[in-house]
Design a protein around this ligand. Structure first.
Ligand SMILES: [Zn+2]
Length: 428
């Protein structure tokens, strides 16, 4: 293992970890019920008292979900904290404000716990006290910049609080300071690479970068390879949600992101049925903050789609891993048990200049889901040929069999949604 194990819980047997999570969950459920008017009302309406919850099984079966919408609405009606606050206001030491707006308060104790846990993000990527970390994430209102700053500080790195923008200055200081760790979005790193070339700086030879910690944006494979080649660095993906915190990070095997299960109880649910999905199956990430003094969130629906595995990683860590962020669940629809990503269908069509716009229509005429993809095509004499070709292409991209119908350019209405789900019984 190249990245240092910082906490015993990274490599603890899962049964022990489960017990720890259960203990913390029981405490936070009781705490939230007693102190947060929102959770008192929510549990009362569901007919639940904290005493009814004695195990994780009870928790999964009985505790209702919390949506982002509920948090935003409550804070809008009663700013800044809504009915979520669990401490007197004078105990709050830090307040982030994320788009929504969502107000995220932290007590001194919260800050201590988070700082300590954030160190894992750095250590797992292999950071040491010899590293110089340049943080190019935003420090304005939102938590990303400060969180990664703390992570690097806790791991003993030298931290440069660069913030966003100023690419020329970033590259110049990177060179002069001998920055070894980049922390920021992948697209900004790409821009820095281009800026460096303009400044006659060879990003690979003249800069000392060795680790890139990416977050706040997807990190698709072609971009990752491109950046690793340009800078001669190894990139590590991380995933967090502003109102929850940094929940997971990659190890050197890059096979999913390890969850910080000491701090978060993470579940993967079907966003339509709200049932737990099987391991490895795609679903929506739901998380409970296991230690949060100022504003605990319980079974909070992130809206992000991923899959989860509890298999021990090659690196030896026993933490569950989420396997990439696959978009927002409200953009997805499940057909025959598989999530459909309209973007993937779009990518297939964009490969061929002969093709135009597309529309995916999902119906359930009898008992079975039926999906038809309509695609505009200039070559009306070759419709049958295209239909066959695209059936194969879509099957590879979407992982299920689909019907394809070619139409003339202009036949798909301009304002048509790319994916239209006409199955009435789905209400989400
Ligand atoms: Zn690992």
């Amino acid at each position: 293992m190249s990245g240092k194990v910082y906490s015993e819980w990274e490599i603890a047997p899962r049964e022990r970890l489960r017990k720890l999570q259960e203990k913390k969950m029981l405490k936070i459920v009781e705490y939230a019920y007693e102190r947060s008017p929102f959770y008192k009302k929510k549990f009362d309406e569901a007919g639940i008292k904290p005493g009814d919850i004695t195990s994780l099984e009870d928790f999964y079966k009985k505790i209702p979900y919390t949506s982002k919408n509920e948090l935003v609405k409550s804070q809008r009606n009663n700013p800044p904290y809504g009915d979520f606050l669990t401490v007197p206001k004078e105990k709050i030491r830090l307040l982030f404000i994320s788009p929504g707006p969502i107000f995220e308060p932290y007590t001194g104790e919260d800050i201590k716990i988070i700082r300590k846990n954030l160190a894992k993000t750095m250590y797992t990527a292999g950071a040491t006290e010899k590293d110089i970390c340049q943080v190019t994430l935003s420090y304005h209102f939102m938590p990303a910049g400060l969180f990664i700053h703390w992570a690097a500080e806790e791991a003993g790195c030298t931290v440069i609080p660069a913030g966003t923008g100023e690419s020329r200055m970033q590259v110049d200081f990177m060179k002069k300071a001998g920055t070894t760790i980049y922390a920021g979005t992948p697209t900004f790193l790409k821009r820095l690479g281009e800026e460096a070339v303009k400044m006659n700086i060879n990003p690979k030879k003249d800069l000392k970068l060795r680790i890139g910690l990416c977050g706040a944006e997807p990190l698709p494979m072609p971009l990752r390879k491109d950046l690793e080649e340009t800078f001669g660095i190894e990139l590590f993906d991380a995933y967090g949600v502003a109102e929850l915190g940094v929940m997971s990070r990659e190890c050197e095997y890059h096979n999913g992101m390890h969850l910080n299960e000491e701090l978060f109880l993470v579940e993967m649910i079907d966003p339509k049925t709200l049932e737990k999905v099987a391991p490895g199956e795609e679903g929506e990430i739901v998380a409970t903050t296991l230690e949060r003094e100022a504003m605990p969130l319980i079974r909070y629906r992130t809206g992000d789609a991923s899959a989860m595995t509890e298999e021990t990683c090659v690196c030896g860590r026993t933490e569950a891993r989420i396997l990439g962020i696959r978009g927002r669940v409200d953009m997805l629809t499940k057909v025959k048990g598989v999530f459909i990503h309209p973007k993937q269908a779009q990518e297939v069509v964009e490969k061929f200049p002969e093709l135009g716009r597309l529309q995916i229509i999902v119906e359930r005429p009898e008992d079975y889901d039926q999906m038809i993809i309509y695609v505009e095509c200039k070559e009306s004499s070759k419709f049958a040929e295209w239909e066959n070709k695209l059936k194969t292409e879509f099957k590879q991209a979407l992982r299920i069999k689909t019907d394809v119908k070619m139409v003339n350019p202009g036949e798909i209405p301009v304002d048509a949604r790319i994916l239209e789900d006409r199955r009435k019984h789905y209400t989400l």
